[in-house]
Design a protein around this ligand. Structure first.
Ligand SMILES: Nc1nc2c(c(=O)[nH]1)N[C@H]1C(S)=C(S)[C@@H](COP(=O)(O)OP(=O)(O)OC[C@H]3O[C@@H](n4cnc5c(=O)[nH]c(N)nc54)[C@H](O)[C@@H]3O)O[C@H]1N2
Ligand SMILES: Nc1nc2c(c(=O)[nH]1)N[C@H]1C(S)=C(S)[C@@H](COP(=O)(O)OP(=O)(O)OC[C@H]3O[C@@H](n4cnc5c(=O)[nH]c(N)nc54)[C@H](O)[C@@H]3O)O[C@H]1N2
Ligand SMILES: [Mo]
Length: 759
């Protein structure tokens, strides 16, 4: 648009992603948080064999011994934790909780690292320092006074295998399977969908597969921001001539062009590399239609030229193919085109590229999972791969991009509200207590139980539970109804401040820091997106001498809560090898755990599907049937748009590092709504108009006011706003029913110009 009005903080970003801009942003992040002398040393230790695992994302490193792969957002994650700023008891004495609640999420965390164990004092509305042992004793007393099912154990995926294992052991000995987990808001559709399809809840590819693949299909993820080290992999693939087909409603710069800061020549010559060979701006929520379209076109291609469908593989390894074909035949092109926003010709082109490739990888993220049919979406991705035998052979497979750096590991070591009978039996055998058999709460169910007053206590192993969940206006008050909340954290956040009758705040030793226990310095272990388990040991002096490690705090609370415990908690934390021995004894795949994590690069968890062994009830890989094309009646109303909630480039989930979103051309603000120009014209909204957004389902009035609409290259019918500000618009019970994951990326909304709303 030529004469578009100027909007403060909104500028077009035309450069490639990465490059000199990324280098500049890194140095700014360091300057803002750290002494510049300490910073380079800290960053050099990221992802080194004897260093710590980058808390930024779960993308693997080659053998985990590459030199620090340059990564702007990894550097932000590291410097944010290694900051020299501190939140001390004096700070708390000077600021009431009410006044702290008036600060933004960005301001709260930017105050620095927590230094002391703190307890909330209702009389003065402040937190005051408390002795660790006194805090444990009081928590134990409260927990013993509750029924186990009234207690919620939340895990955010940064916790180590060791901390998470102790956490679940404590909860199960107490008597509950209530494990709300960040994964419930994230890749649960993967954890539910993949086992049904291929018999394992994890991806099947490794970095080597990317070196061999002939086609990459990238659906609903934004690696330039969220998995920056993946950009190196995509960059190499593109340079090798591998076509990369992207399905994403937004034009994400890094998926278009990338300048690799590690490539000296590219940097020196200001050149860049194209990433996507084809960019399909699918409508939000239109992936099922698009995937079905590609599969339908594939069938047509096979009918024409033969040899497209891998019939041998299908006969030997799968079930359900005929039903899939029947459903694809019954699905009509006009429906596919309308819901996906893509033309038949475009989808046929994608199918032709897919038919040409002998080895295809599909990568995907939150754009696929955070929908009311997230699990069904995941199944469709597998269907597409199975049609050409693309699972269990080199260079091919399914690649879910995990979120938190150890979210996958947490699941592996038992953080699940639906534990398997095998695992529970092992616990009983090894520890001699009977763990609860009935299923517990996931994240949404836990919050619903809190809203209803049924759950009384919440222990959070990291994270920002209330802010990460939908419908803040329902969740925030629920936190305040609790009898007890306990938070393990590095930095202050809003969930900590939504105080219960009694609230404790515990400062933890971070990933970058040295953890010394009775037997000496300890390493923890984590599992990356490609199921590699390896050790991580920090070297920096902890943020304060009062910080304790997460395993030590869990053990301390458990020891104080369970007087007749079958577990010798305090002994276990003298040396984390002892925790790993118990993991090995109770869970498959951890044989010789302590020995194998001492090898460079660690080891890979068993992934039967990579060997074409299908751990499903039928022993076969299972095709699915996705009826229809996700034509949700909620979107049928006039003027209804589909809202996706997004991360900016300067944020880590609820942690806001700064207020820019460089690649999307937003600077110094987050109160914007990305809109397609044609939708703007249709609704009479101009670039820069201030609008109110209202959710168009359910009877509760969910509203976000005074948001500036900006024209953006986003698919028609789709609008985008930032998480967590837009969480007020997401109904708590608007979930993918199969997995329980909130539909953060398919909220039907209506817009009104703010002035009209006021009138
Ligand atoms: N720097 C940084 N790194 C992170 C995080 C962070 O916040 N900051 N978070 C971590 C965590 S926990 C996670 S889960 C991952 C998240 O990483 P991603 O999966 O990349 O998550 P999002 O940024 O939420 O959104 C992903 C993309 O989905 C697209 N999208 C939205 N709706 C749809 C749709 O209907 N269809 C399709 N095809 N695409 C859609 C959006 O345009 C966006 O590009 O990253 C991890 N790494
Ligand atoms: N609208 C909307 N909502 C979403 C999403 C979305 O795309 N849209 N994404 C969802 C997803 S994918 C996820 S994973 C969740 C994230 O939900 P969470 O994992 O709960 O949230 P985070 O923002 O990652 O948690 C940040 C806090 O973790 C603490 N922390 C940081 N490092 C450590 C550490 O080493 N140890 C401990 N103990 N604490 C630490 C700090 O105190 C910090 O304030 O949010 C979900 N919510
Ligand atoms: Mo996530």
């Amino acid at each position: 648009m030529t004469n578009r009005r100027e909007v403060p903080g909104i500028r077009k970003y035309d450069a490639p992603a990465g490059g000199w801009g990324a280098l500049k942003a890194t140095s700014q992040a360091i300057w803002a948080q750290m002494e510049t002398i300490k910073a380079p040393i800290t960053l050099m230790r990221t992802n080194q064999p004897d260093g710590f695992d980058c808390p930024g994302c779960a993308w693997p490193d080659k053998e985990h011994k590459s030199t620090f792969q340059f990564c702007e957002n990894g550097a932000k994650a590291v410097t944010w934790e290694a900051t020299t700023k501190r939140v001390t008891p004096e700070f708390f004495a000077q600021n009431t909780v009410e006044s702290l609640l008036g600060m933004s999420d960005y301001e709260l965390e930017n105050m620095g690292r927590l230094t002391h164990p703190m307890v909330y004092d209702r009389e003065t509305d402040t937190f005051r320092a408390v002795q660790w042992e006194a805090a444990y004793a009081r928590i134990g007393e409260i927990l013993r006074g509750l029924r186990p099912e009234q207690v919620e154990f939340y895990t955010s995926g940064r916790a180590s295998n060791e901390a998470a294992y102790l956490f679940q052991l404590f909860a199960r000995e107490l008597g509950t399977n209530n494990f709300p987990d960040c994964s419930n808001m994230c890749h649960e559709p993967t954890s539910v969908g993949l086992p049904k399809a291929i018999g394992q809840g994890k991806g099947t590819v490794s970095l080597e597969d990317f070196e061999e693949c002939e086609l990459i299909i990238s659906i609903g993820h934004n690696p330039g921001t969220n998995h920056p080290r993946m950009m190196g992999t995509l960059w190499e693939a593109s340079r090798r001539g591998v076509p990369i087909i992207v399905l994403n409603p937004l034009r994400e710069r890094a998926l278009e062009r990338f300048q690799d800061p590690q490539a000296a020549l590219e940097m020196a010559t200001f050149r860049s590399t194209r990433i996507a060979s084809t960019y399909f701006q699918v409508k939000a929520g239109g992936d099922a239609a698009a995937l079905k379209g590609i599969m339908k076109a594939l069938l047509e291609l096979d009918a024409d030229q033969g040899n497209v469908i891998d019939r041998e593989f299908i006969a030997a390894h799968t079930q359900g193919y005929e039903a899939l074909v029947a459903d694809l035949e019954a699905t009509k092109w006009p429906d596919i085109e309308r819901v996906s926003g893509l033309t038949r010709l475009e989808l046929e082109q994608a199918a032709a590229a897919y038919a040409k490739s002998n080895k295809t990888i599909v990568t995907y993220g939150m754009g696929v999972t955070q929908h009311n049919k997230g699990t069904a979406n995941v199944r469709l991705i597998v269907d597409l791969l199975l049609m050409r035998g693309n699972i269990g052979k080199p260079g091919a497979g399914v690649c879910p991009l995990r979120g938190h750096s150890n979210v996958q590991g947490n699941r592996t070591v038992g953080i699940t509200e639906k534990p398997s009978a095998d695992f529970l039996n092992k616990i009983e055998e090894v520890f001699g207590f009977t763990p609860p058999q009935h299923h517990g709460h996931d994240a949404v169910a836990a919050m619903q139980a809190m809203v209803e007053g049924k759950s009384k206590a919440l222990l959070c192993l990291g994270g920002n539970f209330a802010v990460a969940l939908p419908d803040s206006n329902a969740c925030f008050p629920a936190m305040k109804q609790l009898d007890l909340s306990v938070h393990f954290g590095t930095k202050l956040n809003r969930s900590h401040l939504l105080t219960a009758k009694e609230t404790y705040l515990f400062p933890v030793i971070g990933r970058t820091e040295l953890d010394v226990q009775a037997a000496g310095p300890q390493s923890i272990t984590v599992e990356d997106s490609m199921s590699m388990v390896h050790a991580s040991g920090g070297k920096l002096t902890p943020a304060s001498p009062w910080c304790r490690s997460e395993p030590a705090i869990v053990a301390g609370i458990a020891n104080a809560t369970l007087p007749n415990s079958k577990v010798n908690w305090l002994e276990l934390i003298t040396d984390y090898d002892k925790i790993r021995v118990l993991i090995e004894r109770t869970l498959p795949g951890f044989e010789n755990y302590n020995e194998r994590i001492r090898r460079p690069g660690g080891f890979r968890m068993p992934l039967p599907a990579t060997e074409r062994r299908w751990d499903t009830p039928t022993g076969k890989a299972m095709f699915s049937v996705y009826e229809g094309v996700n034509e949700d009646a909620a979107y049928a109303g006039a003027g209804v748009l589909r809202l996706v909630t997004l991360r900016s480039h300067d944020q880590y989930n609820t942690t806001i590092y700064a207020l820019d979103d460089r690649y999307r051309g937003v600077f110094g603000r987050r109160d914007v709504l990305f809109m397609n120009e044609a939708d703007m014209a249709e609704q009479g909204i101009e670039h820069g108009d201030v609008v109110d957004i209202e959710t168009a389902i359910g009877d509760r009035k969910l509203r976000l006011q005074k948001i500036t609409a900006i024209a953006y290259e986003i698919a028609r019918g789709s609008v985008g706003a930032y998480y967590p500000e837009a969480n007020v618009l997401v109904p708590l019970d608007y979930i993918d029913k199969e997995s329980g994951t909130p539909s953060y990326k398919s909220v039907p909304v209506r817009l009104q110009r703010s002035a009209e709303a006021v009138a």
